[in-house]
Design a protein. Structure first.
Length: 244
């Protein structure tokens, strides 16, 4: 709803033949408003704000979590669940008007994976990563529970909106018809994910040789867990790699 309105008239006077003439332009008043796209919003996913203000020249946003923006139609990502009061002030020639609305952010269970070459902290780019719900499906590459995501130059893939369960992860990058990088022997299963949080993990891949598209046939004795990590560790590894 609109919460405040304040107009400052700008008067221009000058003397002509002993008369004071009012040259005030006839500016229309500012009408501030915005809408929030979508009906359901989650942590760590962008929220889009659509500005519908009239007769405004500039905008100032406060998203209710300490962050601000001066864009006309900003996008903002919330990192914690909750209800936030979003305030936008639209300013025109002769004054400003403020509009406020609330956005509710639901919790999201997410998985942030950093893929690296085994024995190093060097991120692996162009590596395909996919999630499975059981070790059997992971072994046979059947019934994936996610799309394939591909790492960028920072070696990161990010899966959002997951369930707080364990996942079996396949990381795979072809080198030639008979060789590829894989995490097959290096660890492939998470612990049950912590709900409504970003879960950080490291995966290591090694160079393997086999017929294209086929997996090793050895029988697994026990599930190999991948390494838990933190946001700070991921940021450190990526920064140090870029600084090399």
């Amino acid at each position: 709803m609109k919460t405040s309105k304040f107009l400052i008239p700008a008067m221009l006077f000058f003397t002509l033949s002993g008369c004071i003439v009012d040259r005030t332009p006839d500016y229309p008043p500012v009408d501030a408003c915005f809408s929030i796209s979508g009906t359901t919003h989650y942590m760590n996913e962008p929220v889009y704000f659509v500005n519908c203000s009239q007769n405004a020249l500039s905008f100032s946003w406060s998203f209710g979590d300490g962050f601000t923006s001066n864009q006309k139609n900003p996008t903002h990502t919330y990192t914690e669940a909750g209800t936030y009061q979003v305030t936008m002030t639209a300013e025109g020639y002769e004054g400003y008007e403020t509009f406020t609305d609330a956005v509710t952010i639901q919790g999201s269970t997410d998985l942030d994976i950093l893929v690296m070459y085994v024995g190093t902290e060097d991120p692996v780019s162009n590596c395909d990563v996919q999630l499975y719900g059981s070790e059997t499906d992971w072994q046979n590459l059947t019934n994936p529970v996610s799309d394939i995501l591909t790492t960028g130059t920072d070696g990161i893939v990010f899966f959002s909106g997951l369930n707080p369960v364990e996942y079996f992860i396949d990381a795979y990058r072809f080198v030639s018809d008979t060789s590829y990088y894989s995490n097959y022997f290096q660890g492939y299963a998470t612990l049950p994910l912590e709900e409504n949080k970003i879960n950080y993990y490291n995966i290591y891949v090694e160079l393997l040789y086999n017929t294209a598209g086929k997996r090793p046939t050895d029988k697994k004795i026990e599930i190999k867990r991948i390494e838990k990590s933190t946001k700070e560790e991921h940021e450190r590894i990526i920064k140090e790699f870029k600084d090399k």
